[in-house]
Design a binder for this molecule. Sequence first.
Ligand code: SAH
Ligand code: DHB
Ligand code: MG
Length: 223
Amino acid sequence: MAQQPTWDAVDAYFSEQLVGHDPALEAASAAADAAGLPRIAVAPNQGKLLHLLALTSGARRILEVGTLGGYSAIWLARALPADGILITLEIDPKHAEVARGNLARAGLERLAEVRLGRAADTLAAMVEERVEPFDLVFIDADKPSNPEYFRRALQLTRPGSLIIVDNVVRGGAVAEADSTDPGVIGTRALHELVAAEPGVSATSVQTVGSKGYDGFMLARVQG
Ligand code: SAH
Ligand code: DHB
Ligand code: MG
């Protein structure tokens, strides 16, 4: 069976063919590396998937939970119309600073805002403020909090909105009912929550690639 070196080669091939040379994204990755950020951003072909989903859904307001260096934020913000907005939530001041620099270098500073703080708090504040609903939410922060972030996302979206959750497979551990890993417990609780939520139609899909064996959940808020 194919293994990591093959997945790397295939991802490199797909990204070379379909993503290509992209100075702003390459500079963002280099700046994140130079600042010592962990190398856990979405892969180029995954970033483009997020971009295409945002474009296809006509998203004008996008919310991201977990900014890191702004790599996925660049992909998502590039799908916005000129009057659109991306708000991305980050707890680590260093990550937020790197992300702001990367978004500015990509020419997206007017479309993208990095909000510093615990996502649980910044999400609660937006619910409290009754902000206009988001069309797309990308959840990609601390995995134990996935159920909380998803519940908040439901309060911050409208019928037809799309909620995407990264890293729902984690090497297959999500299938282990007796796991003691807080990330697995959170991701299983997310699936149980979504399964019990009649207002959401969702699927989760396994992926392999340069980021190993993992996957996404896609959930549509129903009308
Ligand atoms: N979406 C990014 C990767 C995010 S990595 C990309 O693909 O480019 C996860 C990020 O979530 C990290 O930067 C981490 O600092 C942040 N994070 C972790 N816990 C958080 C919390 N409680 N609130 C907000 N952000 C958090
Ligand atoms: C990790 C987090 C992510 O969001 C990801 O895509 C990959 C790995 C991590 O915390 O290890
Ligand atoms: Mg992730």
